[in-house]
Design a protein around this ligand. Structure first.
Ligand code: C6P
Length: 418
């Protein structure tokens, strides 16, 4: 039994037909520097299947107009197309209602929206509880909010395996905590955080929870009602959708309580110079002409992932990660950065005596695309005393042959550079 079959059977899913899936991704079928492309930079951005590309083309070819404004047919079609994308996102997250799905430019804007809107209620001495493994997108918006309000960041440390120190998390939740904001999955380490436990503990003290789902959404089934979180953020481009669109899920109670993020068209019911009445949810948070084609592409991407099945995706990627971890760790001088008991999709590592950027360049010369650097998670790099890491990150369309190509290319790089 292959590793993939074993993993799929343990997960109770049929193994993926990866060859057929790859047929949907035109971009994967090319040579780079004379080698077949092995695209292992999926944590930075996924590739898109033709179903997504065609949905966007179809929209622009047949249905485009501005939304919610016109009485004409094309405007109605564009509005319906956008709302179908919203319904797909609701379904993906199992949100209770469509009104809880706010379209944003991506994870970064979703978190900034909450951080901006929350400013009004933050007071000096209040705390935002984050972790040491956060992406800069889940650090800097809170720093900005703290600078303007006198609130402060409280940072839960991680351990040497790259796991959240859970005892510290519980200890740091306190009467001054106004929000817990944590990654569901770390982009630099691959750690899957125990977000249900985190949410339950915060809620027991009446504290809301925001989860940064950028690295979880394409790898695991996410059910915001089962998790109980108050906010969940993700980006379309990290799940086979377009760049420039993402989602902020917010529980109705919270979205109603928060003030708008930006003002303009569409987010109002009425405007006079004395008073503006805001629109209903989710439009209160969607000022200006939205990215309709983005919503269409996002809906198509969600449909595509659902068609494959997130459990089958998780089983395949777990097998890839296990294979890559075993093979890369066996190379001399390799140190794996991030060895959490539960990981998803990401293998970060360092090879003694080789700068990750040099490694990335030599791998690229052999057709292997990885990311090298701090991965917008500088505090994680500081913790592990490295300037950066090499990071291979996997998607459901990756193959075990590509892992072998990575390992062979690392062997060449080591001989050249170490
Ligand atoms: N991480 C990576 O290579 P945006 O840029 O808004 O789509 O996503 C930001 C973001 C937020 N949180 C996490 C956990 C992320 O991984 C990212 C994006 C990419 O790891 C680009 S830095």
């Amino acid at each position: 039994m292959s590793a993939q079959q074993a993993s799929a059977s343990a997960a109770g899913t049929a193994p993926l037909d990866v060859a057929a899936i790859r047929g949907d991704f035109p971009i994967l079928h090319q040579q780079v520097n004379g080698y077949p492309l092995a695209y292992l930079d999926n944590a930075a951005s996924y590739q898109r299947p033709r179903q997504v590309i065609e949905a966007i083309t179809h929209y622009y070819t047949h249905d485009h107009a501005n939304v919610h404004r016109g009485v004409h047919v094309l405007s109605q079609r564009a509005t319906d197309a956008q709302e179908a994308g919203r319904e797909a996102a609701r379904r993906l997250l199992n949100a209770a209602e469509r009104a809880e799905i706010v379209f944003t430019r991506g994870t970064t804007e979703a978190i900034n929206l909450v951080a901006y809107a929350l400013r009004e209620s933050l007071r000096p001495g209040d705390e935002i509880l984050i972790s040491q493994m956060e992406h800069h997108s889940n650090i800097v918006p809170w720093q900005l909010a703290c600078q303007r309000t006198g609130a402060r960041l409280n940072v839960v440390p991680i351990n040497a395996r790259g796991e959240l120190e859970l005892d510290e998390f519980h200890r740091r939740l306190n009467a001054r905590t106004r929000l817990v904001a944590m990654a569901h999955v770390s982009n630099a380490l691959g750690t899957v955080n125990p977000v249900a436990e985190i949410t339950a503990a915060a809620h027991a003290r009446g504290i809301p929870v925001l989860l940064d789902g950028a690295q979880a959404i394409a790898h695991r089934k996410v059910d915001v009602q089962a998790l109980g979180c108050d906010f969940y953020a993700f980006s379309g481009h990290k799940m086979c959708g377009p760049t420039g669109i993402g989602v902020l899920y917010g529980r109705r109670e919270w979205l109603e309580r928060l003030p708008p993020f930006q003002g303009g068209g569409d987010m109002i019911l009425s405007v006079s110079f004395d008073h503006t009445e805001y629109n209903e949810l989710p439009y209160k948070f969607e000022a200006g002409t939205p990215d309709v084609a983005g919503a269409v592409g996002l809906g198509a991407a969600i449909g595509y992932l659902e068609g494959i099945g997130l459990d089958a995706i998780a089983a395949h990627e777990d097998a890839l990660l296990e294979h890559a971890t075993r093979a890369v760790s066996a190379l001399p001088g390799v140190r794996i950065i991030g060895e959490a008991a539960e990981k998803a999709g990401v293998l970060s590592f360092d090879i003694e005596g080789i700068h990750p950027h040099d490694l990335g360049t030599v791998l690229d010369h052999q057709g292997v695309a990885i990311r090298a650097g701090h991965h917008c998670a500088m505090p994680v790099m500081d913790f592990f005393h490295v300037a950066g890491t090499a990071r291979a990150s996997f998607a459901f369309y990756n193959t075990h042959e590509e892992i072998e190509q990575l390992v062979a290319a690392l062997g060449v790089a080591r001989r050249m550079l170490a």
